[in-house]
Design a protein around this ligand. Structure first.
Ligand SMILES: Nc1ncnc2c1ncn2[C@@H]1O[C@H](COP(=O)(O)OP(=O)(O)OP(=O)(O)O)[C@@H](O)[C@H]1O
Length: 257
């Protein structure tokens, strides 16, 4: 087992076990993720990638009978401390889901939704946030003349970039992406991948992907999961070209998974 410890970490996970009722879905996971890094979780179906992603903004709290053992720190704070404000946590750790899930309201209102919920009422300020977020999501030029149209009229790829803009509008530190392109065609996928490359200038991105080529294209570091454990964490190009563990080599050469 190879786990990595570094000092510039924005996310620090130490000896984490995660249970769904009696089932242990994550076992003794330790991992550091650095600021402004794109970090990919790969591994076969059911190995715990999504579970770990959801640990990072306490989305698993919504599932009854789940239990976290161990330490998860973000920016030096234990996010499982009972005093943590979970709404604030989810503001600073946003999520983009597998299927684009815009609200059935206008493009503008989708992006303004989060800032409004966090108390911003000034129209000019909201307009600035909406424009900036849509620009950052590489969608502004495509939608600037139809901001009042329903978001459901956008293509799947545009909807996913809108969901990314929606997350960015509340100015998170970290963006979690759970298979963000699996419902998209290759061109829309490419656009989202290009966007991920841009995002790391301002954000830390953690991405779950089934697609090893995608991990290789977009991420700086990768962790391979098997059966709830991390087998290897490494620089992405090292992990794919010169894996340290036999199981990594077997996985990336398609011997299982
Ligand atoms: N809500 C849940 N209740 C009970 N068990 C769950 C729940 N969600 C996931 N699990 C179990 O936890 C384990 C890890 O699942 P998880 O979804 O994290 O894997 P994954 O690597 O993301 O898989 P995939 O690539 O198929 O999405 C699996 O055995 C799964 O069946």
């Amino acid at each position: 087992m190879t786990n990595q410890k570094e000092s510039n970490a924005i996310i620090e996970i130490e000896d984490l076990d995660f249970y769904y009722n009696q089932t242990k879905a994550l076992k003794n996971v330790s991992l550091d993720i650095n600021k402004n890094e794109v970090f990919a979780f790969i591994g076969p179906s059911g190995c715990g990638k999504t579970t770990l992603l959801r640990v990072l903004n306490r989305m698993n709290d919504l599932i009854p009978k789940t239990r976290v053992v161990g330490k998860v720190q973000i920016e030096g704070h234990d996010i499982y401390d009972p005093n943590v404000d979970v709404v604030q946590l989810r503001k600073s750790v946003g999520t983009v889901f597998q299927k684009p899930n815009p609200f059935p309201i206008s493009i503008f209102d989708n992006v303004a939704y989060g800032p409004k919920a966090h108390g911003i009422k000034n129209k000019k300020e909201l307009m600035e946030i909406v424009e900036e977020s849509l620009r950052q999501a590489a969608l502004w030029d495509e939608v600037k003349d139809r901001l009042n149209d329903s978001a459901t009229g956008l293509s799947g790829g545009q909807q996913q970039r809108l969901c990314i803009a929606r997350v960015m509008a509340v100015k998170p530190e970290i963006i979690l992406m759970d298979e963000p392109t699996s419902a998209l065609d290759p061109i829309a996928t490419l656009k989202v991948e290009e966007l991920i490359n841009e995002l790391k200038q301002n954000y830390t991105v953690v991405i779950v992907t089934h697609n090893m080529e995608q991990a290789a294209r977009v991420s700086d570091k990768t962790a391979l999961f098997l059966n709830g454990s991390i087998i290897e964490t490494n620089e992405t190009n090292q992990l794919f070209t010169n894996p340290k563990e036999q199981e990594t080599e077997d996985y990336i050469t398609g011997k299982f998974g």
